[in-house]
Design a protein. Sequence first.
Length: 167
Amino acid sequence: MQALGKHCEWSSSGTFNMANSRLSRASKLLLGASLVLLPLAGCGPSGPKTSSLTGVVTYADKPVKDASILFAPVDLSNSQPGTATTDKDGKYVAITNNNLSGLMAGEYKISVVAYKVPLQNIAPADLARLGDSNLAVPKKYNDPETSGLTVTIDGGSAEVLDLTLTD
């Protein structure tokens, strides 16, 4: 056994021995319960409050499938970035970067990136040749600073934001 202190030992079998400790029985029980419950402290509805945000992305009157959407907070000190991916019908559900459903209250600038042919299906040598011709939406939407798309999340309620992209 390796002594960790005057009254506690760590055994070679990986157990903690408080037998020689001067802690009261109640203190030992409280310490033991704390050690058991501590890993559960992160479970449950904790973290920042979010509001659900859903919608549909369309371009040229058609749904934009497999688009990546970024929700970039205007004030990073009060919000976290969010993301979403559209399905085959252009529908999306936003999540924060720490996988919480929805977005925190605040103002966001939005970018939408979508490709005609998924990048993983293009040979690396062909990527440079294709350039912007593989974009499924106008290039201005690829950057939250140039897209002109914004949303303000008030917090506490479900929100719907359909993004209609134009040339």
